[in-house]
Design a protein around this ligand. Structure first.
Ligand code: PXL
Length: 276
C-alpha cells in the first residue's frame, strides 16, 4: 500500500461528535471516534467537557466543563472546514446549561440531515439531582433539533415522564418521546429491564420494533451507550435508513461488549475493534 498525498477517489462520510472526553478511553468522544473509524466514517470532535474518574474516590467523576467560547471556537473551525460536506452530527455529554446554549446556537447555524442526540443526563455513579438543570435545557434547546434520539432507561423516564418497569413501558416511553420531539427514538432497556435479553424499542412514528439481543452479563459496560449512538450516526451518514442503522448499531455494540476490555476500574469498557 502506498501513502500518497493525492486525493483519493472515494471520500469518507464526515461525522462530527460534540461530546466530552472520558480520559480512560471507554466512553465519550473516545468511544465515538473509535466507532466512527471502525464503521468507515471520518470522525471529528468538538469537546464539551473533560471527565476524569477518581481512583481514590470510588472512581467517581471529576467533571470539568470546557469554556463555552472554546466550544464555540471548535465548532466554528469544524463548520468552516467542512461546510458543504458536514450534515451528520452526534451529540453526547453536554453537562451544563451554558454548554447547551452554545451547542444549540452552532447547530442552528446550518442545516443538518442527521442530528443524533444521546441525551446523556447522568453517568454511572452520579447523583440524579446534579442533572436537573441540564435536563431542562436539553429538552428546551437540543431535543427539538434532534432527528434521532437514544435515551437509556433513566433518560427515557426523564424525557417521557413515566416509570419504566418492562418492555410495554419502554414502548410507551418511546411513543411519548417521539410525540414530544418528532425524532426517531431508540429507547434502551439495556441491562436495566429483567429478563435474558437486552431490549431496546425503536419507534419512528410508524414502525415500532423491539430490538433484542441476549444480554452479555448483567453489568453495564462503559461506552455501550456512546458507541450505540455513534454507530447509528455513522450508518446514517453512510446513507442507511434509520431502522437499518439501529439494527446495525445494536449488533456492533453487542459484539463490542463481548470483546470488552477490563482494567483496574470496577467496570469494563466496550471494544470497538472486535473485528481486528
Ligand atoms: O457513558 C456516558 C458518558 C458520556 N460522555 C462522557 C462520559 C460518560 C460516562 O462516563 O464520561 C464524557
Amino acid at each position: 500500500m502506498s501513502f500518497s498525498a493525492e486525493a483519493t477517489a472515494t471520500r469518507p462520510a464526515v461525522t462530527l461528535t460534540i461530546a466530552g472526553s472520558e480520559a480512560t478511553g471507554g466512553a465519550g468522544a473516545q468511544a465515538d471516534l473509535k466507532t466512527f473509524q471502525e464503521l468507515g466514517t471520518y470522525g471529528i470532535t468538538a469537546l464539551t467537557c473533560i471527565v476524569a474518574f477518581n481512583p481514590n474516590d470510588n472512581w467517581n467523576h471529576r467533571f470539568t466543563p470546557v469554556d463555552p467560547q472554546v466550544i464555540a471556537d471548535q465548532l466554528e473551525a469544524i463548520q468552516a472546514c467542512y461546510a458543504g460536506s458536514l450534515d451528520t452530527v452526534k451529540i453526547g455529554m453536554l453537562g451544563s446549561p451554558a454548554t447547551i446554549k452554545t451547542v444549540s446556537a452552532a447547530l442552528k447555524s446550518q442545516d443538518w440531515k442527521n442530528v443524533v442526540l444521546d441525551p446523556v443526563l447522568i453517568c454511572k455513579g452520579q447523583e440524579p439531582g446534579h442533572a436537573l438543570d441540564t435536563d431542562q435545557a436539553l429538552k428546551a434547546d437540543v431535543l427539538p433539533l434532534a432527528t434521532f434520539v437514544t435515551p437509556n432507561h433513566f433518560e427515557s423516564e426523564s424525557l417521557s415522564g413515566i416509570t419504566i418497569n418492562n418492555v410495554e413501558d419502554l414502548k410507551e416511553a418511546a411513543r411519548l418521546i417521539h410525540r414530544a420531539s418528532g425524532a426517531v427514538v431508540l429507547a434502551k432497556g439495556g441491562v436495566r429491564l429483567d429478563g435474558p435479553d437486552a431490549v431496546d424499542v425503536y419507534f419512528d412514528g410508524e414502525t415500532l420494533e423491539v430490538l433484542s439481543a441476549p444480554k452479555v452479563g448483567e453489568v453495564a459496560v462503559s461506552g455501550a451507550g456512546c458507541s450505540l449512538a455513534a454507530a447509528i450516526t455513522a450508518e446514517l451518514a453512510k446513507g442507511a435508513a434509520p431502522l437499518e442503522a439501529a439494527r446495525t448499531a445494536k449488533a456492533f455494540v453487542t459484539e463490542g461488549i463481548k470483546a470488552r476490555v477490563s482494567s483496574n476500574a470496577p467496570f469494563d469498557a466496550l471494544w470497538q475493534g472486535f473485528a481486528n
